[in-house]
Design a protein around this ligand. Structure first.
Ligand SMILES: C[S@@+](CC[C@H](N)C(=O)[O-])C[C@H]1O[C@@H](n2cnc3c(N)ncnc32)[C@H](O)[C@@H]1O
Length: 240
């Protein structure tokens, strides 16, 4: 990661890139292939959700893309009230269409930066955040976002996060980054690896797993645990 925070992509640049990339996020069976174990993570999140959500619960999907996480949870839980939030209108349109067809009890969409969203205290049973929190930038951004998530959730409500998560120990990061590079080459060759690494460097500012777990506790979450970790990716949940 060589690009300093101040020179990372603007919201407008990020929105424009995703506006043109809807198809890549519209396959529920493969998930997003630039992340390792995407189908497994979708399954783990959905099956864990099914153990605490009931039909008619309220779910908020942050950076919903074309709706894969909500769709997979709907398949497991049944009718849900779905709030879909994303910067990109084409993503939201595709997500809304798929989530309605997937049996949602209701759907509302929000074209917004996740930092500008606001929901009433205790109004959301479950927050899903798939590959989006890496767009948060400095510590203030991360802290304010986690505080909002805690406020919006009902008591006992949960957040599920799946994202890039760096290793703080440099040798581990180097090893895992190399493994991720080889994974990308195995599905799309060297050019694909270079393209993905370039946009991660320009667009993303992920944090380590310990950073995120410590922040959850500091923001009042009662419990958390890791559902899956592979290479530079992690999937965890936290309970209010
Ligand atoms: C990598 S995609 C993941 C989509 C979906 N969660 C999935 O896993 O298939 C990230 C999505 O987050 C959206 N996004 C990026 N930055 C955002 C922000 N600051 N606020 C809201 N959405 C954002 C993008 O438009 C894109 O649709």
């Amino acid at each position: 990661m060589t690009t300093p925070l101040a020179n990372k992509s603007t919201l407008e640049e990020i929105r424009t890139r995703f506006d043109q990339d809807v198809e890549r996020f519209s396959n529920l069976e493969t998930g997003q292939q630039a992340t390792i174990d995407a189908p497994l993570v979708l399954e783990l999140v959905a099956q864990t959700c099914a153990r605490h959500l009931r039909p008619q619960s309220t779910v908020l999907d942050l950076g919903c893309g074309a709706g894969n996480f909500t769709l997979r949870v709907l398949r497991e839980v049944g009718e849900l009230h779905c709030h879909l939030a994303d910067l990109s209108r084409p993503m939201l349109d595709r997500a809304e269409q798929r989530v309605r067809a997937g049996g949602a009890a209701s759907v509302r969409t929000y074209q917004s930066d996740l930092r500008a969203l606001s929901f009433p205290e205790g109004s959301i049973d479950c927050i899903l955040a798939g590959a989006v929190l890496h767009h948060l930038r400095d510590d203030e951004d991360w802290t304010a976002a986690f505080e909002h998530f805690h406020t919006w959730l009902t008591p006992g409500g949960r957040i599920y996060v799946s994202d890039l998560a760096y290793f703080e120990v440099p040798e581990a990061q180097e090893l895992m980054w190399g493994r991720y590079g080889r994974y990308l080459e195995s599905i799309g060759g060297e050019d694909y690896r270079a393209k993905v690494f370039a946009y991660i460097d320009k667009e993303d500012s992920p944090r380590s797993l310990p950073y995120q777990l410590d922040l959850l506790k500091a923001c009042g979450f009662a419990q958390y645990d890791v559902l899956h970790r592979t290479s530079v990716f992690a999937c965890y949940f936290a309970v209010k």
